[in-house]
Design a protein around this ligand. Structure first.
Ligand SMILES: *[C@@H]1O[C@H](CO)[C@@H](O)[C@H](O)[C@H]1NC(C)=O
Ligand SMILES: *[C@@H]1O[C@H](CO)[C@@H](O)[C@H](O)[C@H]1NC(C)=O
Ligand SMILES: *[C@@H]1O[C@H](CO)[C@@H](O)[C@H](O)[C@H]1NC(C)=O
Ligand SMILES: *[C@@H]1O[C@H](CO)[C@@H](O)[C@H](O)[C@H]1NC(C)=O
Ligand SMILES: *[C@@H]1O[C@H](CO)[C@@H](O)[C@H](O)[C@H]1NC(C)=O
Ligand SMILES: *[C@@H]1O[C@H](CO)[C@@H](O)[C@H](O)[C@H]1NC(C)=O
Ligand SMILES: *[C@@H]1O[C@H](CO)[C@@H](O)[C@H](O)[C@H]1NC(C)=O
Ligand SMILES: *[C@@H]1O[C@H](CO)[C@@H](O)[C@H](O)[C@H]1NC(C)=O
Ligand SMILES: *[C@@H]1O[C@H](CO)[C@@H](O)[C@H](O)[C@H]1NC(C)=O
Ligand SMILES: *[C@@H]1O[C@H](CO)[C@@H](O)[C@H](O)[C@H]1NC(C)=O
Ligand SMILES: *[C@@H]1O[C@H](CO)[C@@H](O)[C@H](O)[C@H]1NC(C)=O
Ligand SMILES: *[C@@H]1O[C@H](CO)[C@@H](O)[C@H](O)[C@H]1NC(C)=O
Length: 452
């Protein structure tokens, strides 16, 4: 006892204002440092005995208990593995190590961190599977795993993460179907799962996720139909299933069911049927991307309420009605003052181009009508679209002179006019288009005359 008192007084004499340390946290941080092999910004140089670990760069502690609550090593160029000792930092609420090159497995010891709210691991080189131990972190709100080399299936035990709001795991190698645990997480706001190897069908039970705003499963191998229950989620702002093998028709009332939709993206699937007129009611639409499917019929959406629309992409379908006014949907686009791209190439459109094309947004940069059967003249008012960079109207049945107003389009880089039936002289305005990089003007040969 006496001996102890002596030690204690010597200690107090030497270090009168030393902050209390938790030995476990201290050791854990040193262990984390020891498995890092490259630290180009020398962040970890400060991780040494001369200062308290709560003052080390990237470390945040609770003010009273001086336990580590946050580890922030985001975008530091760090290379190395993540030590299992991280599981000893039992007061951690936030781990933010995205944008580095952490490799190896995600340590299962993270399952000890039941206070964890945010786990940001995206854009590293983590590999292997996401383990069931993470199911202990029931307070998790954000789980961001995108841009890693993770694979396999998610364990169903993760259905215990009932507080999860945002999960991102795009750009990995996950396999199996849509992870089943997702359907149980009714707090979910966004699921971002693009660019994996997910197959199978889209579960009907996803319709239980009433808070869902974003669902993104693009570039996978999903098939079957979008379950009707999904169109019941009125909070949705983003639906992206681009580049899968999904089939079926879009529901007639889609635009009334999804009043908040901003991004609707199903390019590169096997959808059939007509494009629902009810899209006309989606006044928040920014991006409508239905290209590369089997849609048929007339484009009869009324775009007059869509002042935010930037991209309309309906190309490479079987659209067309053979009615002379079938290009008149353009008339209703006068209020789309943010429109940047209008792409309807590769369909069976047979109408005449309305002169309202000249009233399209001056923001428009890309306009493509190629590979249709559009006939009649090319309206000279097209020369109003002074920000056009890409104009592709090749392989149609356009006649008359190529309007000299095209010479006003000083920003044109690509101009494709080939395989039409234009008449007249070689358009000399072309010489004014100083940015032009590619020009296609092949002659359509007929037996009687030569035409452009
Ligand atoms: C340090 O943390 C560990 C694990 O939470 C705990 O068991 C230990 O009692 C703490 N020590 C001090 C001195 O607070
Ligand atoms: C320890 O960290 C301090 C604070 O950043 C730094 O000034 C000192 O050079 C470091 N010591 C060593 C040995 O790296
Ligand atoms: C911390 O974690 C490691 C690995 O999970 C373990 O071996 C060690 O015993 C733990 N405890 C302390 C106090 O470091
Ligand atoms: C990943 O991190 C690197 C380095 O910080 C950065 O250059 C790159 O743009 C990031 N990629 C993504 C997709 O965030
Ligand atoms: C990752 O790096 C990229 C590119 O440097 C940057 O744009 C992005 O904001 C970073 N992401 C995070 C979450 O820090
Ligand atoms: C969850 O945490 C408890 C201790 O709190 C532990 O006994 C159990 O093994 C953990 N489960 C998993 C799956 O890691
Ligand atoms: C996914 O796996 C394939 C082969 O199994 C590999 O070539 C590819 O690089 C992996 N992708 C990622 C993001 O890890
Ligand atoms: C989830 O993501 C949304 C936007 O993507 C963000 O506004 C929200 O704060 C995130 N939730 C949490 C808990 O971080
Ligand atoms: C998850 O949801 C499915 C389908 O609704 C249900 O059958 C299952 O019991 C739920 N599991 C948990 C753990 O809540
Ligand atoms: C959509 O929601 C309504 C009202 O909650 C419900 O009656 C209907 O069964 C749901 N439809 C689907 C396909 O889930
Ligand atoms: C949907 O839009 C149409 C035409 O734009 C309009 O007549 C109708 O009232 C709208 N319906 C609802 C429910 O907003
Ligand atoms: C055009 O010429 C080709 C042979 O060069 C001939 O086969 C074809 O019948 C001609 N068409 C017309 C409409 O004269």
């Amino acid at each position: 006892m006496l001996l102890f008192m002596t030690y204690l007084s010597i200690f107090l004499l030497l270090c009168p204002v030393t902050l209390a340390k938790n030995h476990t946290d201290h050791l854990a941080l040193l262990a984390i440092k020891s498995t890092i092999t490259l630290d180009p910004q020398n962040v970890l140089e400060t991780w040494n005995a001369s200062i308290h670990y709560c003052q080390w760069q990237g470390v945040t502690c609770g003010r009273r208990h001086l336990r580590v609550t946050k580890l922030d090593l985001e975008s530091r160029g760090i290379v190395g593995s993540l030590s299992p000792h991280i599981g000893n930092l039992s007061f951690l609420r936030v781990i933010s190590i995205e944008n580095n090159t952490f490799n190896g497995v995600i340590p299962p010891q993270l399952g000890n961190l039941f206070r964890l709210h945010k786990l940001y691991l995206m854009n590293n080189s983590f590999e292997g599977q996401v383990l069931a131990s993470l199911s202990n972190c029931t307070r998790l709100k954000d789980l961001w795993l995108s841009y890693n080399k993770l694979g396999g299936k998610f364990p169903h035990q993760l259905s215990s993460l009932v507080n999860l709001m945002n999960i991102t795991f795009h750009n990995n190698n996950f396999t199996g179907g849509v992870p089943s645990f997702l359907v149980n997480l009714t707090s979910l706001i966004s699921i971002s799962a693009a660019n994996n190897h997910l197959d199978g069908s889209i579960p009907h039970a996803l319709g239980q996720l009433h808070n869902l705003q974003k669902i993104e499963f693009g570039i996978n191998q999903l098939h079957g139909m979008i379950p009707p229950s999904l169109y019941n989620l009125t909070s949705l702002t983003t639906i992206s299933f681009k580049h899968n093998q999904i089939s079926g028709d879009l529901p007639k009332d889609i635009g009334l069911q999804l009043p908040k939709i901003e991004i609707f993206e199903i390019i590169g699937n096997k959808f059939t049927g007509t494009i629902p007129f009810s899209f006309s009611n989606c006044s928040n639409l920014v991006k409508l991307s239905l290209s590369e499917n089997g849609s048929t019929g007339k484009i009869n959406i009324n775009f007059s309420q869509m002042s935010n629309l930037k991209l309309l992409e309906l190309s490479d379908n079987n659209l067309g009605s053979s009615q002379p006014d079938e290009m008149h949907f353009i008339d209703s686009m006068i209020n789309c003052s943010n429109l940047e791209m209008l792409l309807v190439h590769g369909n069976n459109l047979r109408g005449v181009l309305p002169s309202s094309i000249g009233n399209l947004s001056s923001q428009i940069t890309h306009l493509a009508f190629s590979r249709n059967s559009i006939y009649g003249p090319l309206p000279s008012l097209i020369g109003n679209l002074e920000n056009l960079e890409w104009l592709n109207i090749e392989s149609n049945l356009l006649t008359g002179m190529i309007p000299s107003e095209l010479g006003n389009l000083r920003n044109l880089i690509y101009l494709y006019l080939a395989r039409n039936s234009f008449t007249g002289n070689f358009p000399d305005f072309i010489g004014n288009l100083s940015l032009l990089d590619q020009l296609w003007l092949q002659i359509r040969r007929t037996n009687t005359t030569k035409s452009w």
